[in-house]
Ligand binder design. Sequence first.
Ligand SMILES: Cc1cc2nc3c(=O)[nH]c(=O)nc-3n(C[C@H](O)[C@H](O)[C@H](O)COP(=O)(O)OP(=O)(O)OC[C@H]3O[C@@H](n4cnc5c(N)ncnc54)[C@H](O)[C@@H]3O)c2cc1C
Length: 366
Amino acid sequence: MCASHLKKNLDIAILEGNSKAGAKIDISGGGKCNITNAKVKANDYKGDKEFINSVLKDFNNKALLNWLKKRGLNPVMKKESQYFCPNSAKEMTNLLLKAKGDIPIIYNTKVDRVSKESKKFRVYTNRGIFSSNRLIIALGGMAYPRVGATNKGLEIAKAFGHTLNTTYPALTGFTLQKEQFFMKELSGISLKAIVKVGEREIFSDILFAHRGISGPAILDASLWWQKGEIEINFLPNFEIDSIKSSKKLLSTALPLPKRASKAFLNTLQLEDKNCNKLKKDEWQSLEKLQNYRFAPAGRFGYARAEVMAGGVDTDEIDSSTMESKIIKDLYILGEVLDVTGRVGGFNFQWAFSSAKVCANGINNDK
Ligand SMILES: Cc1cc2nc3c(=O)[nH]c(=O)nc-3n(C[C@H](O)[C@H](O)[C@H](O)COP(=O)(O)OP(=O)(O)OC[C@H]3O[C@@H](n4cnc5c(N)ncnc54)[C@H](O)[C@@H]3O)c2cc1C
């Protein structure tokens, strides 16, 4: 995206560790790439809100969608606000490859370290040393190493004196403590719930998995959670009072998959009997399903995380150019920065917006 917006008279090369471009794009959004969202606000990101607002405003979601449409890609809206490729994520990768024109990508070139000597950057790779007057770090984060993600962006920024804010895998599942192991037995079941973490309330699907809990609501929660308890309402939009006089078995009356109802009743030590036979204290116990509090054991880890949260401190980056405030002619963009979006296309929007700001910065640099 950055290359396609750079002035044509510049001498540019893209170094890529993989044998192909856009590996993460190709596997994103369930193979359809969730490119952006109908509503993109700084509040959809973890990071410095002022910095994020400043970067997003030039090439925002509407500008991105127009840019794509002009090049023949008409993203389709799904799940109320998320834009996806109509057929395959490859459409996005191919569009970007075409948009960059004849700027070369030098594949299978793994960057190891970078130095700056007499105004020139020297980039040390497995295929020799490349030198340039300017350098853009767009190496992404550490999530999903199996498609080529590395920590080199962070390492290089750090070696140049940048501050790294604590990194952790995000948009991933939670592992569980012993008390919640019963959820593992619900593996494969998904249900709508409200997950509360700190100030955030997320209403979406939860998926019980063999490793713990996952699904969009949990992925989002993993971005905001530091440690301590989260709260889940497994019965959103449901009035427990509405079943109190029912003659049905409790496990049947609850709007939950039967296997889940039974497991929850079991963990609450409630007998599965006719609703109208339940006593007051049993109803009180059942209410816990609407504010079930527990502390996750941890997150699934980078191998299963969609993004890395944390990264290069944005106080050290000029939000109007993406240039480092520490090293002249060094630019840093995308996921390697301490800006992380929630689920819904916000991370690609960030990568593309910051890429465009960087291109503007270089194009306007005298
Ligand atoms: C499974 C999965 C699904 C996702 N789905 C979505 C989605 O639908 N919507 C969304 O908004 N976001 C999604 N994301 C997140 C999104 O892919 C990233 O936030 C985004 O790609 C970051 O862009 P970037 O350009 O900063 O980094 P990247 O896209 O990671 O690009 C970095 C590039 O640098 C290369 N590289 C890394 N290290 C080296 C090195 N040492 N030498 C040379 N090259 C190197 C990599 O091969 C890669 O090509 C998903 C992520 C994953 C893992």
